[in-house]
Design a protein around this ligand. Sequence first.
Ligand code: SF4
Length: 357
Amino acid sequence: MPTELLGKPAEELRAFCAGLGEPAYRGAQIYHALYAERRFSFSAMSNLPAALRTRLAHEAQITLPRVARRFASSDGSVRYLLELGGETKAASVEAVFMPSENRQTICISTQAGCAVDCHFCLTAQLGLIRNLTAGEILAQALLPLEEQKEFLKPQTNVVLMGQGEPLLNYDAVMAAVRILLDPGGAGLSPKHVTLSTSGIVPGIERLAREKIRPKLAISLNASTDEQRDALMPINRKYPLAVLLEACARYPLRPWERLTFEYVLLGGVNDFAEDARRVVKLVANLRAKVNLIPWNPGELPYRPPDRERVEEFRRILTEKGVPAFVRYSRGQDIMAACGQLALLESNPGASLTQISAS
Ligand code: SF4
């Protein structure tokens, strides 16, 4: 069976080459070709001798996900439905490539499905199908970058905000993140890679001890335990006081702020009192809040009124909490995470059925 190389760190690639009786530095050359130059076939690795390339084609493999569907939005975003096979259980996940004026942002998944069960999230309806490997996580960033290489802007952001709870697939996620952040690998800045968690406190504490780590975002979505218990049952395990204490202990770098994501659900968590309570919750943290107005979809929530969104933002900023309103991109290609995979798991449904129901 050929050895899968995608997702392996430099030291494992060196050990793999040494195991073949090749000089170990060939491993570093493969690492560079794979992650810095995005060469996904051995024949394209022109930094290796021809004989080694031929040998690698027999002894090793680089498995990219299969692009099952590609949806282009009128706002320039491209949503990929990716089929993962390999040695593990088949699954589909989504990645979204979102270009803007001077950068591109790629949203990637860390698990197929999710066990966390946030009530406003379609992925939750899938349950956990399986964890992704480091290679499968990484490929979701590398593949769109390669496909869009002629149109790339100077800055690339990667957000781990697609399907799955990244901190419940910690080792694979961090193995992928280390390659993304390695100047000799994909070469992204730690300022431009963000991991978003539903609030898995032991995972936050573990991340706090990492030398190389992405920025941290916390999906807050409520201003009281009662409200959060109802929207995100994970809050019963790690209630707000415990979560915010872990945030207070989190060692921020000088340039860094914690991000709190707050999905505004009309008539549920978008009241002025909610905004005032959020101010109190984050008052002692170096933090900013991203307000995400709910997109109409198939779940039983409604978008907040524009005035409510503006008032919420105003209350936060007037109390010194930086707050930004983020409208989700690619609405016409079903931007909520999980929508495409749900469609895939329910082949009887049409695109229109899913997006309009
Ligand atoms: S919002 Fe994230 S953590 Fe919650 S169920 Fe959806 S994928 Fe899982």
